[in-house]
Design a protein around this ligand. Structure first.
Ligand SMILES: [Zn+2]
Length: 231
């Protein structure tokens, strides 16, 4: 089997090495990894499975959520993940313990490239991580996901005295939500602002989106229903 482009890039240590070397490698005809035809549709279908299980488990507390999931869908062989990965979507979301993308989208190891911080902000490290996923791992979809009841956005709307580090965490959120009148509105503005910042501060990402190599979407996860809604 010919070495896939992603594997070559990984092996060479990144995109810049391959570009500098002028390497042209044909895409392998068939991937050994899970690779849905429509990544956004796959995310939303996975979330429908999760949302259904989430609501069932909420209505019947004795139900084990895990037995309601992990049904008939792709599962990367662990042995293949030892020396490679081919995630098909990147998710930038909050560090909140209730907002676990792998569960929310009913995915398995090797499918999602996840970046998290409290408030799902596009800090430099987050932008760089998305750049890595798009340029080296070639993930075709990037989702910025806020969520209901976000503590970081709630704190950003409040006036409590905070530590210097927490102030630095919340300042970018405050810049996005200054005109918001409700928490829900602020959460949505914050997520949209993060997506806009990814494109504004990264030529690599804005070019990838313009070229059609990457699609950027914004969503909100609702803790009550377990559903992810595109916004
Ligand atoms: Zn949050």
């Amino acid at each position: 089997m010919p070495m896939q482009r992603r594997e070559l890039l990984n092996a060479c240590g990144g995109l810049s090495v391959a570009v500098l070397a002028g390497v042209q490698v044909a895409e392998a005809a068939e991937s050994r990894f899970c690779s849905p035809e429509d990544p956004l549709q796959a995310l939303m279908e996975g979330n429908r499975r999760f949302s259904r299980a989430w609501r069932d488990a909420a209505a019947n507390p004795s139900t084990d959520l895990s037995v309601l999931l992990h049904g008939n869908r792709c599962f990367n062989p662990p042995g293949d993940l030892i020396d490679g990965q081919q995630p098909w979507a990147t998710v930038l979301t909050c560090a909140d313990s209730r907002v676990s993308p792998s569960w929310i989208f009913d995915t398995t190891p090797g499918e999602l490239f996840v970046i998290r911080n409290a408030g799902n902000t596009a800090f430099t490290e987050a932008i760089a991580s998305v750049e890595y996923s798009v340029s080296v791992l070639n993930t075709p979809l990037v989702m910025v996901m806020g969520h209901s009841g976000c503590g970081a956005v709630t704190s950003a709307m409040g006036g409590d005295d905070l530590s210097p580090s927490l102030e630095r965490l919340l300042n970018p959120i405050r810049e996005q939500i200054s005109d918001s009148t409700t928490l829900d509105e602020a959460i949505r503005r914050n997520a949209r602002g993060t997506a806009a910042k990814l494109l504004k501060q990264s030529d690599l990402l804005s070019q990838a989106e313009a070229d059609g190599r990457m699609r950027l979407v914004v969503s909100c996860f609702d803790l009550t229903s377990g559903a992810v809604i595109l916004i």
